[in-house]
Design a protein around this ligand. Structure first.
Ligand code: ARG
Length: 576
C-alpha cells in the first residue's frame, strides 16, 4: 500500500522526466514523522533518480520542470520543495483507507508483502545460532547469539523464506574426557536427571580442578577422550547420555524464550567427516605439513604476510575449524540451502573468514551465500548468583526483577498469571536493551535501565501493546465492519498512519543489514505515536461512528506493533 502511493508518484515523475517508473519507485521514500510538526508523506531526492551525475543547474532545471508539470490528482494532493527534496502529500481519506485496509488484509504479512521486500531472494535459509558448549558456561555471548539468531530466523521467515534453525553444540572435546573420567567420583545420576546442565557444569569444574593437581586424573581424562575418539561403545554411551539430557534441558529453557530448533547438531557429528576434509585438502594439494607435524592451509593472499590456518594437530586429530569445514560442506550437500547465516561474537571473525577462504579454495561455490553475523561484548550482565553461567539464571533474573516492579504498581494486581507476564516483559526488556545499538558494538548491560517503564525499553513496548489490547477487549470491535475515513483526520491519527506507511522501508533496511536496531527504533516511534493518539483520540464519549473508526485505527497499530515485536523475539502481552 505504501507501494500503491509510491507507484502513483513514480508514474507521474516518470512521465515528466522520461525516466522509467520502475527506477523511480525505489527512490520514493516515506517521510519520517516529526513529533512536533506535520510533515509530507513521501519524498524524492531528485538527484537520486539519475545515474549520471549532473551539475547543480541540471538538477535545478529538472526539479523546476517537475514542479511545473506535476498535477494534483485523485492520489496526490500537494507537492512541495524543501532543500532540493521534492515532497508529496497524498489524499487524506485515501491514506487512511489504504493503510488500514492493507493491515487488515495482510495481517502478519503487512510490510513484507511490499514490492520493496519481495525483491529479496527467497529460498531456504539456514540459521545457526546459540551453540553453547555442553558442561561449560552458557555465557552472555551465547545469550546474544540466541536472541540475535532467533531474530534473523524470524525475519527471514516473515519475508517468505523457508528457515532451518540449527544449534551447533560444543558437544565434543576434552570436557567430555574429564566428565567421563570423573563422573563416577563427583557426579550423581539423580542430580543429572533433575538439572543436567547445572550438574555437568559442577562436575566439570570439580574434575578440572582435580586434574590440575592429580596426574592420574589427567591421564584418565585423556584416556577417556581417546576412547571416545576411537568410538569405544561404552564411552560413547556415557557421552550420549550426557548429551541427550543436556539437550532436553536446553530445549526447556529455550522454550521459555519461545525458541525451538529444527536440529541440535554439534561438533561431534563431524569427527569422522573432518578426517574426510583432511583427505580432500590433501588431494587438492592444499594441506601443508609443517616441521612440527601439524597440518595447515596457506591462506596468504597476493604475497601478503603469511597467514595459516591449522586444520590438523601433530597427533593427527582435527580442530574446531576442521569440523566447521566438514559441517559447512555437509550442510551444502544435505540441505542445499540458498543461504546460511552463522551468529557468533566478533572474536570469531577470523575463524569464519578463514573458514570461508578454505571453502572457496575447495571450490564450494555456495560459500558465497554464507554469512557471518557478529556481535560485540556485553559487560555488566550479572544475576544474583553472579556472572551468567546458565541461560535459566538470566531468565529467572529478568522475571523476578519484573515481578518486583509489577508489585509496586496496582494495575498489575489483576493479571492472571503474573509470573508468566513478568517473564514475557522481562525478556522483552532484555531483548530491546540488546537490540538497540549496532550489533557489533560492545555495550554495558544495566537491569534497572532495561526495566524502566518509560523511555525506549521493552517494558514500554509491552505496556503499549497491553494498553491497546485492553482498549480493544473492552469495546469488543468487530474487524469486518467498515469505518469512515473522515473520522480519522486528526493530526495524531494522520501522523501515526504516516509512520505505518514507512514500515516496509524499515523492513527492507532490516533485511538488508540484518540489524535489529532499525526495527526497534521504528517500534519505539510507533509506541510513542500510539500513546499520544490514545490520550487524545478517546473512544469513550465519542459519537459511535468516530468511536468505531478509532477502534479500528488502534487495532491497526496493535497489529503492526505485535508483528514487529514477534520478529524481534518478543511475545506481546495482552495485560499487565
Ligand atoms: N560453540 C562455539 C562457542 O561457544 C560456537 C559455535 C559457533 N558455530 C560454529 N559453526 N563454529 O564458541
Amino acid at each position: 500500500m505504501a507501494c500503491y502511493f509510491r507507484r502513483a508518484i513514480a508514474e507521474q515523475v516518470s512521465q515528466v522526466l522520461g525516466v522509467p517508473a520502475e527506477k523511480i519507485l525505489h527512490r520514493v521514500h516515506a517521510v519520517p514523522v516529526h513529533r512536533k510538526r506535520p510533515s509530507a508523506d513521501f519524498q524524492i531526492f531528485v538527484k537520486s533518480v539519475f545515474d549520471d551525475p549532473g551539475d547543480a543547474a541540471f538538477y535545478q532545471e529538472k526539479t523546476q520542470k517537475l514542479l511545473d508539470k506535476l498535477v494534483v490528482d485523485s492520489v496526490v494532493s500537494e507537492f512541495g520543495l524543501a532543500r532540493g527534496i521534492l515532497t508529496f502529500k497524498v489524499n487524506r481519506p485515501l491514506l487512511v483507507k489504504k493503510v488500514m485496509h492493507k493491515i487488515r488484509q495482510d495481517g502478519c504479512r503487512y510490510g513484507f508483502s511490499s514490492e520493496l521486500v519481495s525483491d529479496f531472494p527467497k529460498g531456504l535459509t539456514l540459521v545457526e545460532y546459540s551453540s553453547p558448549n555442553i558442561a561449560k558456561k552458557f555465557h552472555v555471548g551465547h545469550l546474544r547469539s540466541t536472541i540475535i539468531g532467533n531474530f534473523i530466523a524470524n525475519l527471514k521467515e516473515a519475508a517468505g523464506n523457508k528457515v532451518f534453525r540449527v544449534n551447533y553444540l560444543g558437544d565434543w572435546g576434552l570436557q567430555f574426557g574429564l566428565l567421563g573420567a570423573g563422573f563416577s567420583k563427583f557426579g550423581s545420576e539423580d542430580k543429572l536427571k533433575s538439572n543436567a546442565l547445572q550438574h555437568l557444569f559442577e562436575v566439570y569444574v570439580k574434575v578440572n580442578a582435580a586434574a590440575e593437581k592429580d596426574e592420574e586424573m589427567k591421564r584418565s581424562a585423556q584416556e577417556f577422550m581417546r576412547k571416545l575418539e576411537s568410538g569405544d561403545p561404552q564411552a560413547l554411551s556415557l557421552w550420549t547420555h550426557f548429551r541427550g539430557l543436556s539437550i532436553e534441558e536446553y530445549a526447556k529453557v529455550y522454550k521459555r524464550l519461545g525458541i525451538e530448533f529444527d536440529e541440535y547438531a554439534g561438533e561431534s557429528f563431524y569427527r569422522e567427516k573432518s578426517h574426510d576434509v583432511l583427505d580432500l585438502l590433501r588431494s587438492k594439494n592444499i594441506l601443508k605439513i609443517t616441521n612440527e607435524g601439524t597440518g595447515v592451509v596457506d591462506l596468504t593472499e597476493n604475497g601478503d604476510q603469511s597467514a595459516h590456518s591449522t586444520v590438523m594437530r601433530s597427533d593427527g586429530t582435527t580442530l574446531y575449524i576442521t569440523r566447521d569445514i566438514a559441517a559447512a560442506i555437509d550442510r551444502m550437500e544435505k540441505y542445499n540451502f540458498d543461504e546460511m547465516v552463522y551468529v557468533t561474537d566478533k572474536s570469531q571473525q577470523t575463524h569464519f573468514l578463514n573458514l570461508f577462504k578454505i571453502l572457496k579454495m575447495l571450490e564450494k561455490d555456495k560459500v558465497d551465500r554464507c554469512q557471518h553475523v557478529m556481535f560485540g561484548r556485553v559487560q555488566g550482565m550479572q544475576t544474583r548468583r553472579g556472572d551468567v553461567i546458565f541461560l535459566e539464571d538470566v531468565l529467572d533474573e529478568a522475571r523476578s526483577r519484573m515481578l518486583q516492579n509489577m508489585a509496586k504498581t496496582d494495575t498489575s494486581k489483576t493479571t492472571e498469571n503474573p509470573e508468566d507476564t513478568a517473564e514475557k516483559i522481562g525478556v522483552a526488556a532484555l531483548i530491546i536493551q540488546d537490540f538497540k545499538g549496532q550489533l557489533q558494538a560492545d555495550y554495558r548491560f544495566n537491569w534497572d535501565e532495561a526495566l524502566q517503564s518509560c523511555g525506549d525499553t521493552g517494558v514500554f513496548l509491552q505496556y503499549t501493546h497491553a494498553r491497546l489490547q485492553s482498549l480493544l477487549t473492552l469495546w469488543n470491535t468487530r474487524e469486518e465492519e467498515d469505518f469512515s475515513a473522515s473520522c480519522l483526520q486528526d493530526p495524531p491519527a494522520i501522523a501515526t498512519l504516516q509512520h505505518l506507511l514507512r514500515y516496509d522501508e524499515v523492513i527492507y533496511k532490516t533485511l538488508k543489514e540484518l540489524q535489529p536496531r532499525y526495527l526497534v527504533a521504528y517500534l519505539m516511534g510507533l509506541g510513542h505515536l500510539a500513546n499520544v493518539a490514545h490520550h487524545s483520540l478517546h473512544v469513550k464519549g465519542s459519537a459511535p461512528e468516530v468511536a468505531h473508526a478509532r477502534l479500528h485505527f488502534f487495532n491497526s497499530i496493535r497489529v503492526v506493533l505485535a508483528n514487529g515485536m514477534k520478529i524481534l523475539g518478543i511475545t506481546p502481552v495482552d495485560k499487565m
